[in-house]
Ligand binder design. Structure first.
Ligand SMILES: Nc1ncnc2c1ncn2[C@@H]1O[C@H](COP(=O)(O)OP(=O)(O)OP(=O)(O)O)[C@@H](O)[C@H]1O
Length: 411
């Protein structure tokens, strides 16, 4: 566990970046720090690996004050991922990933074998290994950044806006990947973002900060979206927080009707590859995968899309989306192989939306857990965003600095 124990930072020019924070970051879980620009997120993150030294209070790692630990050694045990990856431009991908193993004195063969393993783990093709960072897309560079942070299998991972430099589609893919990795690896992740959507998607617990690193609310994502601590937190969460909350509730609660003409229903009208729903026909291929809807009452009607959702894996938001986008208002329920197992119309989805979610169901869409750690401080208002705060030294220059310090911890 990481514990911030009254941790504060006052800069020599008198700026108070963090006033004194009490916060527990539980082991094996993802804690997200979110808040307006300049509220102290990065400062807090860097206190953990001693890139920033607190001027008051302490940061404890599994009970030990990090101030008592050798910084280089400390950083080798902590993965660190930053915006735009901060890769070493003159090194091939494989050697970027192997940075910390090399620093730890592994021989070249072993370090590279480990790097190749990680390349695969983060979903990059083996041929990427020989490339230089400039030969990769932004999303690929971020994946390399994550692989590098994981190379020495550190128990703690610090991630500072790691996905904010890529476009929304790539970003969603990277978030998905992180959720998958975390479900396997169970690292203690401290993740900084200013994007509340990203925070509720990734966090087991979300810490909404206001200026000077004060906690406005600490909660699991579902509680945060449904019960913001006050009007300022609600405003920070945005007007569509209810809708976003649906993205945290599993679609399993939608009542799915068996497909007429499917197993157990011999009475329905059906054509060889279609199932009639009034004037519409849902067309299926030989494997019972949906091909589309046809309006049989319209002359020369074309095939229209038949959106579906997976009750076992998707969220209520996905089910609602499928029902709204379907020309018939009917969403097709799919099994993991994409085969139609039933249907749910808009009313069925709305009935599931109206049902009160159980506390456990709320967490299952992401990680199957809903506990949150405790913050010692209470709740307070979220400050307004301060504009124009510049963060010093991210990127390559900093990456080089960390390495020169002999402190490439996970970088
Ligand atoms: N070296 C420094 N000297 C003086 N003030 C600093 C220094 N570094 C950071 N600050 C100030 O400390 C405050 C917190 O900075 P920090 O980078 O932690 O914020 P942040 O929440 O990560 O912001 P952003 O979301 O914009 O990255 C800001 O007001 C910033 O201007």
């Amino acid at each position: 566990m990481i514990r911030f124990d009254g941790a504060g930072k006052r800069h020599p020019d008198g700026t108070v970046a963090v006033e004194g924070l009490d916060l527990d970051v539980p082991t094996g879980r993802t804690t997200v720090l979110v808040g307006p620009s300049g509220c102290g997120k990065t400062t807090l993150l860097r206190m953990v690996n001693r890139m920033v030294e607190p001027t008051s209070g302490r940061v404890l790692l599994d009970g030990t004050d990090v101030a008592a630990l050798d910084p280089a050694k400390l950083r080798r045990g902590i993965g660190y991922v930053i915006q735009q990856a901060g890769l070493f431009p003159h090194r091939r991908v494989i050697d970027n990933i192997a940075t910390v193993p090399y620093l730890l004195g592994w021989d070249r063969k072993r370090a590279r074998a480990r790097a190749a393993e990680l390349l695969d783990l983060v979903g990059l093709a083996p041929e990427t290994a020989k490339r230089y960072p400039f030969q990769l897309s932004g999303g690929q560079q971020q994946r390399v950044g994550v692989a590098r942070a994981l190379a020495a299998d550190p128990p703690v991972l610090l991630m500072d806006e790691p996905f904010s430099a890529v476009d929304p589609v790539v970003r969603a893919g990277l978030q998905e990947e992180l959720l998958r990795l975390q479900s396997e690896l169970h690292k203690t992740v401290l993740f900084v973002t200013h994007d509340i959507e990203e925070a509720v998607r990734l966090g087991d617990q979300v810490v909404v900060l206001r200026e000077r690193g004060r906690i406005a609310q600490l909660a699991d994502p579902h509680t945060l979206l449904t019960a913001p601590a006050d009007l300022d937190v609600a405003a920070f969460l945005g007007r569509d927080r209810g809708l976003r909350g649906l993205g945290l509730r599993p679609a399993a609660s939608v009542a799915v009707r068996p497909i007429p003409g499917g197993p157990g229903d011999d009475g329905a009208r059906r054509s060889p590859h279609g199932v009639r729903f009034g004037g519409w026909e849902l067309m299926l291929d030989d494997g019972r995968r949906p091909i589309g809807w046809i309006d049989r009452d319209a002359a020369g009607a074309a095939l229209e899309p038949a959106p579906g959702f997976r009750p076992d894996a998707d969220t209520l938001r996905a089910a609602l989306d499928a029902a709204v986008l379907s020309p018939t208002g009917i969403a097709v329920a799919l099994d993991p192989d994409g085969r139609a197992i039933g249907t749910a119309d808009r009313e069925a989805v709305l009935a599931a939306l109206a049902a009160r979610p159980s506390a456990t169901a709320a967490g299952t869409a992401k990680s199957g857990t809903t506990d949150v750690g405790t913050a010692k401080s209470g709740t307070a208002n979220v400050g307004t965003a301060k504009s124009g705060t510049a963060k010093s030294g991210t990127g390559e220059a900093e990456a080089e600095k960390v390495e020169t310090d002999g402190a490439g911890g996970g970088r």
